[in-house]
Ligand binder design. Structure first.
Ligand SMILES: [Zn+2]
Length: 452
């Protein structure tokens, strides 16, 4: 954390609410704005002509004019251990788990391997402008230590947890209800609330946890208020049928989690594709959130998340890359696929709502919107600087775009990690794309320095 006053000048964009509810008023923007940061937290934002005059003369203004400054992206569902299995060919969910996921995750019993992958993973998040993520580790306790250590060294706000899995998976990846409870308790004690880190109780999905283990998951949550929960729900039709066989008493897949007390605030369920109206209403009422993982859902052929019905039911929704079934760390690439999914359903995802979901909507899904998600005073200065001229095609098309919504839509259609000029966490630059630097100058002076 820095202790000096900082200022960043550029086109500022953030969201104060859901565009579905507030319309264009949900989006706040300053074409030539300044973000003022003190001790790593947002102090103020506003138009440059007002705020520059109020800054002490010694404050260096980082000049991102021509770029867009947005709150850092919030990825509500991703598996760090699957970084090395993106692009594994040819399977749908259950065979994909068996053939690719379980063998890959086995390697995380080696702490050195876990640390190496965790370091790469966190750098990849930042290279893509993602400053907060909700992350599955593996069944191995040390895999959680590795991802939290990697996040802590960069002061990231990150949620993660140890996978709980005691049946219907290879013996080498199984824990037990008792061991998963003990490991979970110890990891919560060690990591939850340490700096910006948060723990999530993490049953993989209903088929791989016994009744006793799902009961233990709820016990961990009850004993540690404020701890999160993450799991998967209703991703694939074959999986949904299997859950109905495993839990014959259940009304639906989601009902299994409900009966065990896992539908609650701070819980995020990835996918939630094959829900009915009763499920949607119950999910909304419980305060739990769904993570819309479009690239993963298309890649595994799982189905189309119903954005419109989710909104009508009042569900909390965030965006997830779901690497490694997801095919990109980039939230821009993911939003592009989210848009296409809504098109296939005869719906429409507006650019403003897309960027809301990837920032404040994600923060709300994780119940972290008191500290991240937009540029309200007092929140952490976690932000991404997007370059609308990052590629020749972006620059060419952007030249004809005047409205903010059109510029954002083009960024999600054509953008990827190349469009991320820089990423900041708590006011500190943690990624700067080569050749895409800012000018760093005393705002009343003429000297302009290139950032590295
Ligand atoms: Zn997943």
């Amino acid at each position: 954390m820095t202790h000096k006053l900082q200022a960043f000048r550029g086109a500022l964009v953030d969201f104060v609410g859901d565009p579905n509810e507030l319309g264009d008023n949900a989006c706040r923007s300053f074409a030539d704005g300044v973000l003022v940061v003190r001790d790593g937290r947002v102090e103020n934002i506003g138009p440059a002509h007002e705020l520059l005059a109020q800054l002490p003369p010694e404050v260096n203004v980082i000049d991102y004019r021509g770029r867009l400054i947005l709150p850092g992206f919030v990825d509500t569902h991703i598996h760090y251990a699957q970084t090395d299995m993106i692009g594994s060919y040819g399977e749908q969910l259950l065979a994909w788990l068996e053939n690719y996921t379980f063998p890959t995750e086995r390697a995380f019993e080696d702490p050195d391997h876990a640390r190496e992958v965790a370091g790469f993973f966190v750098e990849e998040l930042l290279r893509n402008g993602t400053t907060t993520a909700m992350v599955f580790a593996t069944v191995h306790r040390n895999s959680v230590d590795a991802i939290f250590e990697a996040a802590a060294t960069r002061d990231l706000c990150l949620v993660a947890g140890k996978v709980m899995m005691d049946r219907n998976c290879p013996q080498f990846l199984r824990d037990t209800p008792a061991s998963s409870y003990e490991d979970g308790s110890a990891l919560i004690e060690r990591w939850h609330g340490k700096g910006r880190l948060r723990y999530a109780v993490t049953p993989r999905f209903a088929p791989t946890s016994s009744d006793a283990q799902l009961t233990m998951a709820a016990r961990l949550l009850d004993e540690h208020p404020g701890v999160h929960l993450q799991s998967h729900a209703a991703e694939n039709p074959q999986e949904v049928r299997w859950v109905a066989e495993l839990f014959p008493w259940s009304r639906s897949y989601l009902d299994v989690y409900d009966r065990f007390g896992l539908l609650r605030e701070r819980a995020v369920f990835a996918h939630c594709i094959h829900l009915d109206e009763a499920d949607r209403r119950r999910l909304a009422a419980s305060g739990a959130a769904a993570s819309f993982c479009a690239t993963s859902n298309l890649f595994l052929g799982s189905g189309l998340f119903d954005v419109q019905r989710a909104a009508e039911a009042g569900m909390r929704v965030g965006i997830g890359t779901d690497v490694g079934a997801g095919t990109s760390f980039s939230m821009l690439r993911t939003l592009d696929e989210c848009y296409k999914v809504t098109q296939l359903a005869g719906q429409r995802l507006s650019p403003l709502r897309a960027f809301y979901l990837a920032t404040l909507g994600g923060a709300r899904s994780l119940y972290l919107d008191d500290t991240i998600g937009n540029f309200e005073a007092g929140k952490y200065a976690d932000f991404v600087v997007l370059d609308p001229q990052a590629t020749p095609l972006l620059a060419r098309r952007m030249a004809h775009m005047q409205r903010l919504a059109d510029r954002l839509f083009l960024l999600l259609t054509l953008g990827d990690d190349r469009a991320v000029a820089a990423t900041y966490v708590a006011g500190r630059a943690v990624h700067a794309r080569a050749g895409s630097g800012a000018r760093d100058s005393a705002h009343r002076g003429q000297n302009c320095l290139q950032m590295p």
